[in-house]
Design a binder for this molecule. Sequence first.
Ligand code: ADP
Ligand code: ADP
Ligand code: MG
Length: 492
Amino acid sequence: MTLKKILIANRGEIAIRIIQAAEEMKIKTVAIYSEGDADALHPKRADEAVCVGPVESQKSYLHIPKIMEVARDLKVDAIHPGYGFLSEKAEFAKAVKKAGITFIGPDAELIDQMGDKVAARALMEKAGVPIVPGTGGLDDIESAEKAVLKLLKERQDFQFPLLIKAAGGGGGKGMRVCHKKEDLRTNLERAQSESIKSFNNSTIFVERYIEEPRHIEVQILGDGKNAIHLYERECSLQRRHQKVIEEAPSPSLTDSLRHKILDAAVKAAVSVNYSSAGTIEFIVSPQDDFYFLEMNTRIQVEHPVTEEITGIDLVKEQIRIASGEKLGWSQKDIRQTGHAIEARLYAEDTEKGFLPQPGKLHFLRFPQRKGVRVDTGVESPTTISSFYDPMIAKITAWGETREAARRKLHAFLCEVYLEGLITNRSFLIEVIDTPFFIEGKYHTHLLEDKSWRKKTKSSPQILAALCLKDYLDSALELQASKRSLWQTQEAD
Ligand code: ADP
Ligand code: ADP
Ligand code: MG
């Protein structure tokens, strides 16, 4: 089956990314957008674009009936959900299939199973993949407390600190660390009420909290029969349990551990007859024990690092698999070359708990550098909306060695020219210049513990020079446009 027209049920950089892949495959595209995104880039870049509702996601990007109406009216033959939004909502995949349209992703049933972290853990345990020691699904708080206390007595590998998680959680939300027995009940209660509020789901479960772990995930491609891996990504640099910098290959794995993890991931994918691109996430302890965390049944935000080291276009592969093609690769065809590092540029205040900083982005300009890829969905001047993820761009540098990639990314970030918003740019520059990053020795808690900031190699002088460069650049730009900043602001 050849796909002729794809609707992209998403916004921002991933919508643009999918449009690019479709264009190269000579497939027409339909963008959907909210009233808040009328001036955004993705409706302009697609062949057709339809407004599906107000700025609130619930009424636009998450509104299944409205999206399906557009898909039918414009006679699309497939829908790509991107990441976030409806990408992991089984109900959406079902509605797409029912309308006789191809869903670019795995079957609804699998999305459903993997979207429930408790069900996913059980499936993986059955397939022989190690899972974090922990409980099954818990609903009633009194029996939950009893079940946890019982397991604490029974299992040596299940001890405090513990992590209470939402079965339906995602996006780093719905997790609560519990350090002692006395706090267990309150923490269970709080975790459950947060889970109900955020995910409309009362089921929670409890895992051992692994301290100073690494987050390693494996990119998978499957066609329902065969599955292969495209190596791992190291995603341990996180804030609020969400990734900020990702790289491939991981600088922290020994070859033997790497192969064990890659084999476990392929085993996991094969055990569920996985079809499409997917990611198996693992958590690795300082003692090199590794455990399955979750499976993401969609394209991942950080997929560019894998594309850069393997040369494989993952979005095109998703489209090919969805159109019924068999995997065009066997494991031995997949080679990795060099090293890639991605940094997520966010409008957020790193000094204030990484709080999103939506607002007007007056100027944004990226330098051109060989070996650096920019994935963005915005063009300045624009507004970074408070209604959506405040990510401005993903910047991915490739180098023959890790150090070459790191230096390229550093230089590029220093040259990005941004005016009008608080962003994490100088934070990113600092992070990739710290000894722990240079040596590739880091774990998931590092960014939230600020003590490393004193050890950065980006001296205050370098940061001051960067600020001065920004200031001079903006002065020149303003002179060129013969406007002053206050005039621009006043016009907003
Ligand atoms: P990745 O592992 O690919 O970084 P995440 O799960 O952190 O993926 O999130 C991917 C995107 O989807 C992000 O933009 C995030 O904000 C959004 N997202 C994912 N799950 C949720 C959720 N349950 N609630 C809100 N946003 C979510
Ligand atoms: P989400 O669906 O929100 O992405 P995950 O289960 O993938 O949830 O976990 C997100 C992050 O939370 C992980 O990358 C890791 O940093 C942290 N985390 C999750 N489970 C554990 C655990 N058992 N011990 C320590 N950290 C954990
Ligand atoms: Mg995750």
